[in-house]
Design a protein. Structure first.
Length: 183
């Protein structure tokens, strides 16, 4: 039968481990210089000219997207629609009442890689698959408190996003008509 000394050792080990963890955490927080100042965004950020920075391995797909889509209408940011919607749009020749041939390989693969990388995950079971901006929860979430004419038309983006034709949705006009840039 083990002695009481050995039965208490897990308790002692737990206490020592807890004290050690707390002291390391305390020392680490002091070493990284915790401040009481809240996080703030700098007044002036470099303007990247697109919605998101585009990695080098996605630039070809981005160029195909702009060439294929922005030649007829404003190219919306891929995140506005889920990946499944983009897949259906790419594979369907009937494009909102217009006949648009499906892109050949490898262009369609490069474009799909770009769209899948920047689009949002497929909707949950509470959301139907959106094919219009009106029904996109992401679009609605990105425009809180903004009165937008319905149905939402792609050419209407320019009224608030003057650089939308250049795929720049970061610059926008506020209600007081001041031009601002999103961080």
């Amino acid at each position: 039968m083990p002695s009481a000394k050995f039965r208490r050792s897990p308790l002692v080990l737990t206490v020592l481990l807890t004290l050690w963890s707390v002291s390391i955490g305390w020392l680490a927080s002091g070493a990284w210089g915790q401040t009481d100042e809240p996080f703030s965004v700098p007044e002036s950020l470099p303007h990247i000219g697109t919605v998101d920075p585009i990695p080098d391995n996605k630039r070809a797909g981005h160029a195909i997207y702009l060439d294929s889509c922005a030649s007829c209408h404003i190219a919306i940011p891929p995140a506005v629609l889920p990946s499944e919607t983009w897949r259906d749009i790419l594979l369907e020749e009937n494009h909102y009442g217009e006949v648009v041939p499906v892109l050949p390989s490898p262009q369609i693969h490069l474009l799909w890689d770009y769209l899948q990388y920047f689009s949002r995950p497929n909707p949950n079971e509470n959301e139907t698959l959106p094919f219009r901006l009106d029904s996109s929860q992401f679009f609605t979430a990105m425009h809180p408190g903004i009165e937008i004419d319905r149905p939402v038309r792609l050419d209407g983006c320019i009224s608030c996003h003057p650089s939308a034709k250049s795929f720049d949705f970061r610059r926008f006009v506020t209600r007081d008509r001041a031009t601002r840039s999103a961080p």
